[in-house]
Design a binder for this molecule. Structure first.
Ligand SMILES: NC(=O)C1=CN([C@@H]2O[C@H](COP(=O)(O)OP(=O)(O)OC[C@H]3O[C@@H](n4cnc5c(N)ncnc54)[C@H](O)[C@@H]3O)[C@@H](O)[C@H]2O)C=CC1
Ligand SMILES: O=C(CO)COP(=O)(O)O
Length: 347
């Protein structure tokens, strides 16, 4: 199949209304996905010019250059107007600002509105997963919250390149509603009840992608990359199981699938930022050079805190924290990992 050629869906199959909070690359892309699946979608963004461009020109050049958005997507800077009458509200702001973005909006959410976290991070001050933050901030029960996570690089999906995703919720009805709102000829959702596992995979793969980027920035090759990805999946699994996740999630789309996409793609901000660090930039320089939200930079610390509180060993995550935040010289990352005491592979 040729890329970039999947046609949009027949937009008349249902009449769901959706709001998306965040007019960045994933918020805008997921809005387009839902519009192609038949929803009427309003995006909330902070920037007037971006919102006008989305509504009037069907473009968001700042985040998705060259992409034409479906006419069913409009945008506004008035968050309450965006939320009015929404069956679904999807949240795509940086994880660390989710709570403060959502708390003032409690009274603007309808009594049966479903909230969807599109975010892949762990809150720094509380070590909470994003579905927990969303439920707490909006004061809604967990069964009205779903998480979308998988190999979902926004720039590819915005060009309607085919992919699959995972919709996780403790409620089957909630997961199915969200799946209906986003399923199209190029976007295939699978539902899953393992919210903990799906969310952890999404957050920690960003940290592993930083490590892969760093090693590639140092000029290391595919053996190193494969080692970091594979052992990365081991430490994601270890943390997830300690938190009660389902073992089947880790080799699936939200686990191995997203890890592969993020660690391989030059579009990944985490991977790209790691590369800049590996080539010798400071963290501030790397953040500026990358642009957009590289969640692993902050979440590596909350993930490590969570792991430490549970007695779970996460050597790659720990090494990333040391390089990014504790001044470990980048050329000491590999020796640090390789000099660890011998252990059996399955241990
Ligand atoms: N871009 C991608 O391919 C994917 C991203 N994600 C996740 O989606 C979430 C959002 O990421 P992107 O849309 O890619 O980020 P982005 O950097 O492209 O956009 C972030 C949006 O949040 C807004 N924002 C920034 N600071 C804010 C604040 N203090 N208050 C309110 N809004 C603020 C920005 O103006 C922008 O509209 C992240 O958790 C990311 O991990 C998940 C899957 C794919
Ligand atoms: O989550 C993503 C792909 O699934 C996007 O990765 P980045 O945030 O590293 O760009």
């Amino acid at each position: 199949m040729t890329a970039d050629v999947m046609p949009p869906e027949d937009a008349s199959r249902h009449t769901l209304r959706a709001a998306v909070l965040g007019a960045g690359s994933w918020g805008t892309t997921f809005a387009a996905v839902m519009a192609d699946a038949g929803c009427t979608v309003t995006v909330w963004g902070r920037d007037e010019k971006t919102c006008r461009q989305i509504t009037e020109d069907h473009r968001n050049e700042g985040y998705l250059p060259g992409v034409e958005l479906p006419a069913g997507v409009t945008a506004t800077t008035d968050v309450r107007a965006a939320l009015a009458g929404a069956d679904i509200v999807a949240v795509a702001v940086p994880s660390q600002v989710a709570r403060r973005t959502l708390e003032p909006l409690r009274d603007a959410i309808g009594p049966s509105t479903v909230a969807v976290s599109l975010m892949k991070g762990v809150e720094l001050s509380t070590d909470r997963r994003m579905s927990e933050v969303v439920a707490e901030a909006l004061a809604i029960p967990q069964d009205r919250v779903a998480v979308v996570s998988g190999p979902n690089l926004a720039r590819e999906i915005a060009r309607r390149q085919p992919t699959a995703t995972v919709i996780a919720s403790t409620s089957d009805a909630t997961a199915q509603l969200v799946a209906r709102a986003c399923a199209s000829s190029y976007f295939r959702p699978y539902t899953n009840r393992d919210v903990v596992g799906v969310e952890l995979c999404g957050a920690v793969k960003n940290v592993i992608a930083l490590a892969v980027g760093i090693s590639q920035g140092r000029g290391l090759g595919y053996n190193t990359m494969a080692t970091v990805i594979t052992r990365g999946l081991v430490e994601i699994t270890r943390l997830g199981l300690a938190l009660g996740a389902d073992a089947d999630t880790f080799p699936g789309l939200a686990g191995m699938g997203d890890l592969m996409a993020t660690c391989a793609s030059p579009d990944s901000r985490n991977h790209t930022l790691g590369g800049h660090i590996g080539r010798g930039m400071s963290l501030d320089e790397a953040i500026a050079a990358t642009g957009g939200t590289a969640e692993g930079v902050k979440s590596c610390r909350s993930v490590l805190e969570l792991a430490t509180s549970l007695g779970v060993e996460m050597p790659i995550t720990h090494a990333v924290v040391r390089v990014l935040h504790e001044g470990l010289p980048v050329d000491q990352l590999a020796p640090l990992l390789l000099a660890r005491p011998h252990k059996a592979e399955g241990a």
